[in-house]
Design a binder for this molecule. Sequence first.
Ligand SMILES: Cc1ncc(COP(=O)(O)O)c(C=O)c1O
Length: 414
Amino acid sequence: MSKNFYWPVGSNEAKDRLGERFSQLHLDTKISASHAKPLTNADPVVVPIYHSSTYRFKTIAQFDEPNHGSNFVYRRCGNPTTENVEVVINEIEGGAGSLLYNSGLAAISAVFLEFLGAGTHLISMSPIYSGTSSFINETLKRFGVEVTFVDVEKEANFAEAVEKSIKPNTKMIYFETIANPTMAVPDILGTLEVAKKHKILTCIDATFSSPYLIHPLNLGVDISLHSCSKYIGGHTDVIAGVVTVASYDNWKKLKLQQLTTGSSLSPYDAALLTRGLKTLALRVDRISENAQKTAEFLESHPKVSHVYYPGLESHPQHEYAKQVMSKFSGMIAFDVGSAENAIKLVESLKLIIHAVSLGGTESLIEHPLSMSHGKQLLRDSDGPTVAPGLLRFSVGIENVEDIIGDLKHALDQL
Ligand SMILES: Cc1ncc(COP(=O)(O)O)c(C=O)c1O
């Protein structure tokens, strides 16, 4: 080892700041000074986890400078590790700013609470993620927000049905790029035309398509959001959400709200997103390829009555999907005829894991009626109906032959 490989005497910020006085401090004070940052020339390749809950001010005057001289005062209000991810996602999405939240639902509820209020009217696509629909039905309605659900499957022309639902107090149109759990795809471009014509704010949950496949803001959406717990994180080890807005004014409103509601993301979770994001394109390319082949296999299988995958020509809204995506992500819904068959199938799988959630490297499957969407059905009397035999399948990055082999084996048990 070279003599210069290591310097035995390091330096740290407390020592540098206190100079001679550092060596005169009491032992227990010196020990407690271990918090001070090291002074090194190190230039880490990976953004470090800044876990400090507070930041030093050099002068009182600094507090009065724009952004207090830096964006960082107190962790709830801003954190370098978190901000790094916000900058990257905003760049991918082409927005005026992004904000990370401590879950996808925290991101969704922040948007609803900021832009809707008593006496305003929301038009929401249906079906949507059950947690979102619960928030709309149980919280927004309680705060005096009027809601109209427009069924993306029943309505032959979704954009026209949205337009027919507009009232003088309609403030927001909310939809998903691909509906959870049925994989219906709304006419995004048609709906945006309607929204622009009537000057109504649009917000889309693009979780299922990921920010790699669709860029909603470039299409004219005002607010794009994701549960980062899915494709962005990509490794089933983080719960987070992100909102990206087209207008800086809207970003400021959400940022001010976040300071007071305390919904920002922890830097540990932001570090997981930093890592996950790096392979988003690789993962979603592989997953889309696997999903297309798996959907084609399922479509040809006699025990499967319906397959819903936006990349299949048989998908009722395949043409709408093609308008906004060239690949179709990894979410498939398929019907095996009855709840009994569905349950038997998930319990017979060996490689594919029976669990809620989606968008990770591993293939996951769930039965919406028993798991993610059962409660929603009980709450929305006029809400969507999820077929009893429907399964929601999140295709992973495994070798597609093994995914298909596992499904084939389980289907043979029915
Ligand atoms: C489409 C969609 N949006 C939002 C969410 C909520 O995200 P989170 O679980 O990160 O709160 C989910 C969760 O499954 C989802 O599927």
